[in-house]
Ligand binder design. Structure first.
Ligand SMILES: NC(=O)C1=CN([C@@H]2O[C@H](COP(=O)(O)OP(=O)(O)OC[C@H]3O[C@@H](n4cnc5c(N)ncnc54)[C@H](O)[C@@H]3O)[C@@H](O)[C@H]2O)C=CC1
Ligand SMILES: NCC(=O)COP(=O)(O)O
Length: 368
């Protein structure tokens, strides 16, 4: 059994207080939570309260314990749980592996409870288990994602989706902001405007300063079209507004080096090298820190998340910026295809909890 050294334990009064929502109970959220909470590194970093239905969590725990090659799981009896009981007819309709109106109603109730408790200062931040947007819709809640619900309930006018991942190979941190998020591809060129970009850049700059202590930073901004439009031959958005917008922002923000529009197909080559470190043992490549940016802005969901998930699916953290409190989430979804099998990887959930605890501590320092 792992024994904590006294010096490892953060003094109780200064520990970040985090709410941890179960997510969709039909997905892998409860499993990755039970696995992450079995890790002493997690339990010593913060005070965690699971927000969800106790009886469901106990039921899932009991099933997972019986799974072949079961990994260590936290015992719900030993966890702090803010119980959100469900009506019997809803609980009876929850089927592991199938998102539906009942599982959507449950995950929505967990989020509403965690947000209300956080706004009432019971928690410093929320780590959310994955939900299925389609299950929320089936339950009658038409939100593109949890981010929008968090923004609405907390009164945040602006919100951004930032993915943060620390390389296990080099310790380099990849920060990727999505300029637009759950937007159908055909709508992306219409949604992207200089106003939206300025809003997202403002959020990113505030976050780099406040949460990452970077008063000067280098930010790379992707183009939209192949080769960033090839001077208008392969698309016009860069010439029409993106290049003029970047030039103006360079003048507005002298402390920030803004690169771009970077052709999207090569934007992720240097970050990939910085992530993996020496990729060619015969000619050891050291990525010069001056060649990588502190943050990358992808113009739309998959432009940013394909490279992030290729490099860091097991550890990237979805971080909402612009809220009055910290919110993180693993980068993956509900994974209904593997729910209940005991094989879900909990590392992204663990990273989400550790990052939330780190960001709460960082914000406390900034406030002093
Ligand atoms: N933060 C959130 O709440 C997120 C929610 N979603 C939602 O999740 C649902 C399913 O989305 P998909 O696109 O299928 O993405 P997904 O991330 O749930 O699954 C994609 C693939 O990765 C695997 N996978 C995912 N997480 C894993 C883990 N921890 N360990 C091992 N394998 C894992 C799955 O088995 C599947 O093969 C959708 O309804 C979507 O809206 C998706 C991403 C984030
Ligand atoms: N692809 C990211 C994602 O779906 C997360 O959305 P949200 O629920 O955090 O808004």
């Amino acid at each position: 059994m792992y024994k904590l050294d006294e010096k490892d334990i953060t003094p109780v009064q200064s520990r970040p207080r985090l709410a941890l929502t179960l997510g969709d109970p039909a997905g892998i959220g409860p499993e990755v939570i039970l696995k992450a909470l079995a890790d002493p590194e997690v339990s010593k970093s913060c005070d965690l309260t699971v927000v969800g239905s106790r009886s469901l969590l106990v039921e899932i725990y009991t099933k997972l314990k019986l799974a072949k090659n079961s990994q260590p799981l936290a015992n719900p009896e030993e966890l702090s749980i803010f119980d959100v009981p469900l009506d019997k007819h809803i609980q009876d309709e929850i089927l592991i592996g199938t998102g539906n109106a009942a599982s959507g109603a449950a995950s929505f109730a967990y989020m509403e409870t965690a947000i209300a408790q956080t706004l009432a200062d019971q928690f410093d931040g929320i780590v959310t288990g994955p939900i299925a947007k389609s299950a929320w819709k089936a339950a009658g809640y038409n939100y593109p994602g949890q981010t929008e619900l968090l923004a609405e309930k907390s009164g945040a006018k602006r919100v951004g989706m930032l993915f943060v991942a620390r390389s296990p190979h080099t310790n380099w941190t990849l920060c990727t902001l999505l300029a637009c998020t759950h937007v159908p591809l055909s709508q992306v060129p219409k949604v992207l405007t200089p106003q939206l970009m300025t809003e997202k850049l403002d959020l990113l700059v505030e976050c780099l300063e406040k949460d990452f202590g970077l008063e000067r930073a280098r930010i790379a901004i992707a183009g939209l079209n192949p080769h960033s439009g090839e001077q208008g031959q392969l698309g016009h958005e860069e010439q029409d507004w993106l290049i003029p917008w970047i030039s103006q922002e360079r003048k507005n923000r002298p402390n920030f080096q803004l690169d771009g529009p970077v052709p999207p197909d090569t934007m992720w080559v240097k970050p990939g090298q910085a992530w993996y470190g020496n990729i060619d043992p015969s000619a050891p490549l050291r990525v010069n820190p001056s060649q990588v940016a502190d943050a990358y802005i992808a113009l739309y969901h998959d432009q940013g998340l394909i490279p992030v998930k290729l490099m860091a699916f097991d550890r990237a953290v979805n971080t909402s910026i612009g809220l009055p409190f910290i919110r993180t989430s693993p980068d993956h979804g509900t994974a209904f295809d593997i729910a209940g099998k005991g094989i879900a990887d909990a590392r992204s959930m663990k990273a989400a909890i550790l990052l939330a605890a780190e960001l709460v501590s960082q914000r406390r320092k900034v406030k002093l």
